[in-house]
Design a protein around this ligand. Structure first.
Ligand SMILES: [Zn+2]
Length: 460
């Protein structure tokens, strides 16, 4: 019997949580596929029903300008702080389906892991919170703080309507801290809290040469070849030492602290093994004099994502092409201003264009990096909860990736965020055979059960 101990309660109910996760996975909530949008809505309804069963109030489907959000709250802890738990219930497409070892939308347990689309990203991690909230309410009849739960339906397609939703629902969503469980730990048996995410901006450029493709015999050597011009311009973006050679690109970039460098050095990371896994001889991209994890988490990067133009069919076609195009993106770190970076790179490329071509550049994207102080009381509380849930104090890590909604919370609501996810790096999210290790799932439920007590204590 669980009595009034929420931890005993969650241990008694593990089988049920697994069944609930399986039932939720069965909703094919693929936001990228318009034909399955009714299932995304169904998935939001499943989340709402689960919140209701957990004992939350005001459980409802909230509309956005796109796919729906599931919402529930419990606001009876008068005078206590309020947290907002964010997650998402939409999932990535399952293809290529032939590579799955069990049907993607039938949660299947093998070797202590639950396989299925959305198992860890993010249905399973949302369920950890709903199970923990329920455990508090069932055993103690109350939560130690006020809670709002927001489960989005468009995260996997870039959350196109989330910022306008946040702006519109600002009052309903008011809180002291945002808790997000949509990240992974550094490695198995290395509990981790993510304290930085990078931002993201994009460019698409076209180099225009002659009005049409030209005969290379007649006109080669007379007009500038746009592909060659593009190649030179792209090559000019990086200096031989790996730095981005764009004036102003590093303005505002904060240097890593000695504490951050020491934390990175202490992590179990093997650059040679990583290179092997990635199929490259050595990790030679980026700034030479910095450790790989510093480059990935604390330094900005600029990458050419695609280049096209000219003749690509069979055999030979001897032309000077009329145009060439490239797509470029940059990941930003704390304090960098997306607008400033977009302008700096555009100006650089325009200046680097050789005489004889015309260049058009469009920039978009506006996602700032997010970083949370590891000394914030909420982050310290999360660290204590994780230590209690997994038996070891967590390490602090960054991620080179970007979570748009996290940046939106930062920008629209100006709130500190705790990124407390428990996935493993080999969970195959977005890929065939996505799984959630049950040890992580159950440890995560216990961590969240402790988290609410710790946050209530730390934020009072
Ligand atoms: Zn996710």
């Amino acid at each position: 019997m669980a009595g009034n101990d929420p931890i005993a309660f969650v241990r008694d109910n593990r089988e049920r949580y697994l069944d609930e996760l399986r039932a939720w996975i069965a909703c094919q909530s693929v936001s990228a596929d318009p034909e399955r949008h009714p299932q995304v809505r169904r998935s939001a309804e499943v989340a709402v029903a689960r919140m209701q069963a957990a004992g939350l109030d005001d459980c409802t489907v909230l509309e956005t300008d796109g796919l729906p959000v599931a919402y529930g709250s419990w606001l009876k802890a008068a005078g206590a702080p309020t947290i907002l738990i964010y997650g998402h219930h939409d999932v990535q497409p399952e293809d290529p389906i032939a590579l799955w070892n069990s049907p993607p939308f039938e949660g299947t347990v093998r070797d202590g892991k639950l396989y299925g689309r959305g198992a860890v990203d993010d249905k399973g991690q949302v369920l950890m919170h709903l199970a923990a909230l329920e455990a508090h309410l069932r055993t103690r009849g109350a939560l130690p703080l006020n809670v709002k739960v927001v489960v989005e339906g468009e995260e996997e397609i870039g959350s196109p309507n989330f910022e306008s939703f946040l702006a519109r629902e600002r009052e309903r969503l008011a809180c002291d801290v945002v808790v997000v469980s949509d990240t992974a730990v550094f490695a198995e048996d290395v509990p981790s809290l993510t304290v930085s995410l990078r931002g993201l901006v994009h460019w698409e450029m076209t180099v225009h040469g002659p009005a049409s493709d030209l005969h290379s015999g007649y006109f080669g050597g007379l007009v500038v070849n746009p592909i060659e011009a593009l190649g030179k311009m792209l090559a000019s973006l990086r200096a031989p030492d790996g730095r981005i050679a764009v004036d102003g690109f590093y303005d505002d970039v904060r240097e890593a602290t000695s504490q951050e460098r020491a934390e990175i050095a202490a992590l179990p990371y093997d650059a040679l093994r990583e290179a092997k896994v990635l199929g490259v001889p050595v990790l030679a991209g980026g700034e030479r004099n910095r450790a790989p994890l510093e480059r990935s988490w604390l330094r900005p990067t600029l990458e050419v994502n695609g280049v096209w133009g000219g003749y690509q069919g069979p055999g030979h076609k001897t032309i000077v092409p009329s145009w060439a195009r490239a797509k470029i993106s940059a990941r930003l770190v704390a304090n960098q201003d997306p607008a400033h970076v977009k302008r700096a790179v555009r100006d650089h490329l325009q200046r680097a264009a050789p005489e004889g071509v015309r260049v058009e550049i469009e920039a978009d994207g506006d996602v700032r990096a997010v970083s949370t102080s590891r000394d914030h009381p909420a982050v310290r509380a999360a660290a204590r909860a994780m230590e209690r849930g997994f038996g070891k104090p967590p390490v602090f890590i960054g991620t080179g990736g970007t979570i748009g909604p996290v940046s939106s919370f930062d920008r629209i609501l100006g709130l500190p965020q705790v990124l407390i996810g428990v996935g493993l790096p080999d969970d195959a999210i977005h890929a065939p055979n996505e799984k959630f290790d049950l040890k992580q799932f159950y440890g995560g439920i216990e961590t969240m059960t402790y988290l609410y007590d710790e946050l209530a204590e730390a934020l009072r």
